[in-house]
Design a protein around this ligand. Structure first.
Ligand code: HEM
Length: 149
């Protein structure tokens, strides 16, 4: 399933610009390795675009959608790392990610087998941004039933 894993991983990479999980500093202060210090009580939100579109990891065209770029790495869509933080990371990485990816695979398996999916003009709709948040595009998708063989 390396192609499906790659496609899901790439799709999630393009839709997780901000992880809305605030972290509060509970000690007197916290200093990051780059020297930036956050005082006690301050809430910190991850702006994951910096990781998800990292040019050092994904190349100068890190913002293009490359559905099969992970095929050669044979990496699951549920595997987290520093440049793929859609499910968070570390000790509190999303425990539901294996289930979520499995459901996505089942859904896509049926959709791909049964339908030809396209937009009206054939172009990929732009993602809808509201500030740093990504929402599904309002453009319609057309599902055409594939001929039974
Ligand atoms: C595509 C679907 C999903 C996405 C993008 C997602 C994303 C996330 C993210 C970003 C976190 C925060 C991780 C962190 O704090 O570093 C999280 C935590 C969590 N997620 Fe998910 N999640 C998804 C599906 C699910 C599902 C299906 C379940 C349960 C069946 C689930 C259960 C949880 C739980 C319990 C936590 C808290 C973990 C902790 O704090 O230790 N998630 N998720």
């Amino acid at each position: 399933m390396s192609k499906l894993d790659s496609f899901i991983r790439e799709s999630l990479r393009h839709t997780g610009d901000m992880i809305i999980v605030p972290r509060a500093v509970t000690t007197d202060h916290y200093t990051f390795s780059n020297g930036y210090t956050v005082p006690k009580g301050r809430h910190v939100y991850d702006f994951s675009e910096d990781c998800l579109f990292s040019e050092s990891q994904y190349g100068p065209d890190s913002k293009s959608f490359k559905p099969f770029q992970f095929v050669s790495q044979n990496v699951s869509a549920s595997k987290v790392d520093r440049t793929y933080v859609i499910f968070g990371g570390g000790r509190h990485a999303c425990p539901g990610r294996f289930y979520a990816v499995l459901v996505l695979k089942l859904f896509l398996y049926h959709v791909i087998l049964k339908y030809h999916v396209r937009t009206e003009n054939g172009n990929t709709p732009k993602k809808l941004m509201v500030g740093p948040f990504v929402f599904p595009s309002k453009e319609s998708l057309i599902f055409e039933r594939r001929k039974e063989t």
